[in-house]
Design a protein around this ligand. Structure first.
Ligand code: F6P
Length: 357
């Protein structure tokens, strides 16, 4: 008999259900006896012992369903060691739930912060398997996270739609893409959508270079310019500020996001009208793309095999298109960022895409 706990934590994405289905089907198909306990709303369910037992039928028909059947919540890693409002020690509470249910292991689907807590629980002696979820693709130790390709499709669709209206009006359009502190999603959607300018956090931009790129297009007779801007994009000036000063600037900024500041600067320096589109959480919504369904099934299936083999303390990963695993302690606390000199950036620059640098 294997007793397996499962939870989804942090921001959701399209292929969480598809991944859990992969794990569950891999277990139900290969073990005579298995019990799966689903903790509700992420680590909260583990802390407060809020769970339900899941049967094989719970995992049927969910390959294509976005969101998470377990619910999710953000439980910041930095607060894990801070007692809750009633003085409860969260780490001890999670361990207590795990032992009370006599679990063999816990499967944790989540992004960076989630994997940090997964590593903490592993260091506390629990058997943990992590699965790399996020539309941001910023988890260390895996080439790809599930959710990323689905979100890239949606962000690309947004840019595609902007193309036709931008061409009619001869305007500058900014499409602001999610990604938190990294530029993977913007880079991929920007290239896929044929954006003229791509601004990502890893390559701080110079507003004069951005304006020059727009003017070059105007002079060449192009009627419009499309910018794919990461929500975390940053100017060279701001990148030179201390962390504290930059945080203060953001807190006191009159703009809801970087795109609005950029739009104002572009309008002040050029005669063109600027419009902003923020697809926001639509990028995390809807059904997973075929790529993500395959990736999730592969990662989930591998997790099932690791449970059967009793291999714990790892995050399942994909490297060079092979399913693999990375020790949780290597994943925890590290961010996978876009290398400004990566081939993909150079290739984009070679075809004339400006990064504003
Ligand atoms: O990590 C996924 C993500 O969608 C980021 O791209 C974004 O910065 C953040 O989550 C938004 O978080 P929330 O859903 O809590 O607003």
């Amino acid at each position: 008999m294997k007793r397996v706990g499962m939870l989804t934590s942090g921001g959701d994405c399209q292929a969480l259900n598809a991944t859990m289905r992969g794990v569950a089907k891999g277990l139900f198909s290969n073990l005579d006896e298995v019990e799966i306990y689903g903790f509700l709303d992420g680590y909260k369910g583990l802390i407060y012992s809020n769970f339900r037992m899941l049967s094989a039928s719970d995992f049927s028909g969910i390959l294509t369903r976005g969101g998470t059947i377990l619910g999710s919540s953000r439980q910041p890693f930095k607060l894990m060691r801070v007692p809750d409002a009633n003085g409860l020690d969260k780490v001890e509470a999670m361990k207590h739930t795990y032992h009370k249910l006599n679990l063999d292991c816990l499967v944790i689907l989540g992004g960076n912060g989630t994997q940090k807590t997964a590593n903490l629980l592993s260091e506390e002696g629990l058997n943990i398997i992590g699965l790399p979820k996020t539309i941001d693709n910023d988890i260390w130790g895996t080439d790809m996270t599930f959710g990323f390709q689905s979100a890239a499709n949606i962000a690309t669709d947004a840019i595609d739609c902007i193309h036709t209206t931008a061409a009619s009006h001869g305007r500058v359009f900014i499409v602001e893409v999610m990604g938190h502190k990294v530029g993977w999603l913007t880079l991929h959607a920007g290239i896929a959508g044929g954006a003229d300018i791509i601004l990502i956090p890893e390559i701080p931009y110079d507003i004069d270079k951005v304006v020059a790129a727009i003017e070059r297009r105007n002079k060449a007779g192009k009627r419009f310019t499309i910018l794919a801007v990461a929500e975390g994009a940053i100017s060279k000036e701001d990148a030179a500020l201390s962390k504290k000063d930059y945080k203060k600037k953001l807190e006191t900024s009159p703009y809801p996001s970087i795109s609005y500041e950029l739009a104002k600067q572009i309008e002040e320096r050029t005669a063109v009208e600027v419009r902003i589109t923020v697809p926001g959480h639509t990028q995390r919504g809807g059904s997973p793309s075929p790529y993500d369904r395959v990736l999730s099934t592969r990662l989930g299936s591998k997790a099932a095999q690791m449970i059967i083999d009793g291999e714990y303390g790892y995050m399942v990963a994909i490297k060079n298109n092979m399913v693999d695993k990375t020790p949780l302690k290597e994943v925890a606390g590290r961010l996978k960022m876009v290398d400004p000199n990566a081939d993909i950036v150079m290739e984009a620059k070679r075809i004339g895409i400006s990064f504003g640098d």
